[in-house]
Write a protein that binds this ligand. Structure first.
Ligand code: ATP
Length: 261
């Protein structure tokens, strides 16, 4: 499909935080991503959907430096070419990823988990050294409030419910102050009420940064998406609002028709 055929969302006029140009990821001759042009705008909840094997996870992998493109370029904040940077350099530039399984420090409290994430942003030495200053304390308290875990702050992270662990990990990602947050199926294994809270959290997060989410749950995408990109066989099949995505006959044929009807 040519780019001119790709429908643009109403938010496409706002500034792009990430732009990929004709990226290809080649695994021994198999193109998991094939000449993909893709953009993510600021202050946007942007979902990537598509059938199994479409290349969604690989897309997140190349953005965070976990996989390499064979051709193409990914520009971040209009200046950095991510394809030439290490994973750590990419985090330093402002891209943080939360993987599907929560990986919080179970033997530390909720508060201590956030402290570690905050201090990693500053430098590793300060993890063991300095006390928090007032501004740090405020940041930590604000973050606890954002994720609804103020009352659990002195509890061990290992004692939290599954959804709470996921919110804590999202908060740890946010303590890095990224411009772009990458999430892999953030509501997997969550109850209905946890899903709702997660959607509301993501909406709040996107007020200050871009959030790019790989997701299979179409109800969740419908409720919280600003923009939806549909991938198929490593390429962009369609992009737009969820309403437009659902109407598109090609999307229904390769994906949605089988998922929801
Ligand atoms: N390291 C690798 N080596 C070889 N092939 C790979 C590798 N990683 C992914 N692939 C293949 O690339 C294709 C895209 O995989 P990817 O995981 O990105 O798809 P996906 O859209 O995330 O799928 P799912 O929804 O099932 O997670 C798949 O066919 C997969 O088998």
């Amino acid at each position: 499909m040519s780019n001119s055929q790709v429908l643009k969302s109403p938010t496409s006029k706002s500034q792009a935080v990430l732009k990929s140009k004709k990226i290809t990821v080649d695994f021994s001759g198999f193109k998991a991503i094939n000449e993909l042009d893709f953009e993510v705008n600021r202050n946007t909840v942007h979902f990537v959907i598509g059938p199994n094997g479409a290349g969604k996870t690989t897309l997140l992998d190349v953005i965070c430096g976990n996989a390499r493109v064979s051709t193409g370029k990914i520009t971040f904040n209009d200046k950095h070419d991510l394809t030439k940077m290490s994973e750590n350099e990419i985090v330093d530039q402002g891209i943080s990823r939360k993987f599907q399984a929560p990986s919080v420090f179970h033997h530390l409290t909720v508060y201590e988990n956030l402290e570690i994430a905050m201090k990693q942003k500053k430098n590793l030495f300060s993890i063991i050294k300095a006390n928090n200053n007032q501004e740090d304390e405020r940041k930590l308290e604000d973050m606890l409030e954002l994720i609804g875990l103020t009352e659990e702050k002195d509890n061990l992270a290992g004692s939290l419910a599954h959804g709470q662990k996921q919110w804590l990990e999202i908060a740890m990602v946010l303590m890095q102050e990224p411009d772009l947050v990458l999430l892999d199926e953030p509501i997997a294994g969550m109850s209905k009420s946890e899903r709702k809270k997660t959607g509301e959290l993501i909406t709040k997060v996107a007020k200050e940064r871009a959030v790019l989410i790989v997701e299979h749950d179409m109800d969740f995408v419908k409720d919280y998406a600003d923009v939806v990109t549909v991938m198929h066989e490593g390429q962009l099949l369609f992009e737009g609002s969820m309403e437009d995505v659902q109407k598109d006959s090609r999307v229904r044929e390769v994906y949605l028709g089988r998922k929801v009807d």
